[in-house]
Design a protein around this ligand. Sequence first.
Ligand SMILES: Cc1cc2nc3c(=O)[nH]c(=O)nc-3n(C[C@H](O)[C@H](O)[C@H](O)COP(=O)(O)O)c2cc1C
Length: 368
Amino acid sequence: MQSAICEMFGIELPIFAFSHCRDVVCEVSKAGGLGVLGALYFTPEELETELAWIDEHIGGKPYGVDVVMPASYAGAGNLDPSNMQDMLSEMIPQSHRDYVKQVMDKYHVPELPADEKPRSLLGWTEEGARPQVEIALSHPIKLLVNALGPPPKDIVDLAHENSVKVAALVGRTDQALKQVEQGVDIIVAQGYEAGGHTGEIASMVLTPEVVDAVSPVPVLCAGGIGSGRQMAAAMALGADGVWTGSIWLTTTESDMTPMMIDKLLKARSNETVRSRSLTGKPARQLKTGWTEAWDGPESPGTLQMPLQFMLTSDAYHRINKFQIPELVGAPVGQVVGSMNKRKPVKEVIFEMVEQFVETSQSLEKLIS
Ligand SMILES: Cc1cc2nc3c(=O)[nH]c(=O)nc-3n(C[C@H](O)[C@H](O)[C@H](O)COP(=O)(O)O)c2cc1C
């Protein structure tokens, strides 16, 4: 396919895939798209290992890394990286800690063994993400992506000095304009229906608005894209390509647990919720007993990022370790309703491209 974005990266297909799973990243890039590894959950050492593995297995194809440097969070600008964990921990009210225990008790979630401590704070702050950026730029990445706000100017400059393009996710046109001012090369316009942190505007409205506002900066349409028809719609709205996340969660390469995969395959498109329960900012995820507990009448309310995740990370670790059916969940978009069969990444891409071509041809027939 010929699109400006394909030329920019020397890729065959304007399909970008966000994933925390290195196998998915490799398979997407090898199939002609561009895989982007989510760095959020990795320590700098782990990220180094993941990227070294990708370098070894991706066959020289381009790939990217995604970090999360939020524009606003608790303690922003006042955190000392050497003891920020303690500084932030002191901001968590006891009433919230008690509520987590109440929910864990209600669902009889076992305690962790005494020597098992989950990590609670990773890349949710600029201070936490900077070391990830340094590691990412020491690998042959072609794209650095930031979520939840404009990346700091020095990071954009550093990426450019390393011949790495910078992209950023936005949910509103004014955010897109700020990103362009900051020197970002590609805008990912992410609609309300997307998995993960989302704004309030649907892709159908957001994409053309952002395209018109930032032209000639290329725009990737994100949110609700899992098929060739949806890809064709995105391109019809003026996008240069598509940015996808949810669709990869149920691929055969995905590292999700069997229970999680089963839940995702069965979930309908009305079974996600945009909730602050995960991180303190609205993120679309599967509706579970956990999201209901935080969004229901007994909830003490959620805390600001990154406190909410610090508060709940131990609980998440227990829920996942013991696979508590009522509570196990994941960020996922409304497109989950169409994710009904496990397939290899290659097959998902092949089907998407095939249907994109058929759809474009049938649209052409309408006017001929
Ligand atoms: C499980 C999951 C985790 C996500 N985590 C991040 C993240 O760490 N950083 C980020 O920029 N986007 C994240 N996203 C959002 C994706 O980058 C992407 O914009 C979104 O999935 C697109 O919408 P879709 O889910 O409908 O395909 C996540 C999405 C999912 C499904």
